[in-house]
Design a protein around this ligand. Structure first.
Ligand code: AMP
Ligand code: ZN
Length: 112
């Protein structure tokens, strides 16, 4: 399977690592949309939140629990936004589940 984020998780494509553990990997977005823009992905390939099943739900749940720790490491004590895009209308460009962590400034009220 040809998947950019699987290649990043496997170290085949370089990335700026922020955090990793046995189930997830976090790295800086190559095209930041905020002063701090990090992506968190499960090591397990799953297409999107829309394709969650038992094993991937456990991985996604682990990421949700880990995001506050990553946000603290990124210095986002004053708040941040977590986004996951799904499918065509959601403008998902990489078909491997990922959560954007955005922050480092007071973000726009407009989310769409
Ligand atoms: P989405 O549009 O929600 O699928 O988000 C995909 C994100 O991946 C975008 O914000 C891209 O800037 C980011 N991205 C694409 N390629 C890379 C890469 N090689 N390293 C880091 N981030 C990337
Ligand atoms: Zn993948």
């Amino acid at each position: 399977m040809d998947c950019l984020f699987c290649a990043i998780v496997n170290g085949d494509i370089p990335s700026k690592k922020v955090y990793e553990d046995d189930r997830c990997y976090a790295f800086l977005d190559i095209n930041p949309q905020a002063p701090v823009h990090c992506l968190v992905v499960p090591r397990l390939h799953v297409g999107s939140l829309d394709e969650i099943d038992g094993e991937s739900a456990e991985a996604a749940s682990h990421i949700i629990k880990t995001i506050p720790k990553i946000a603290r490491e990124l210095g986002l004590g004053n708040g941040y936004r977590v986004v996951t895009n799904i499918g065509e209308d959601g403008r998902q460009s990489v078909k491997h589940l990922h959560f954007h962590i955005l922050g480092g400034e007071c973000l726009s009220e407009n989310m769409a």
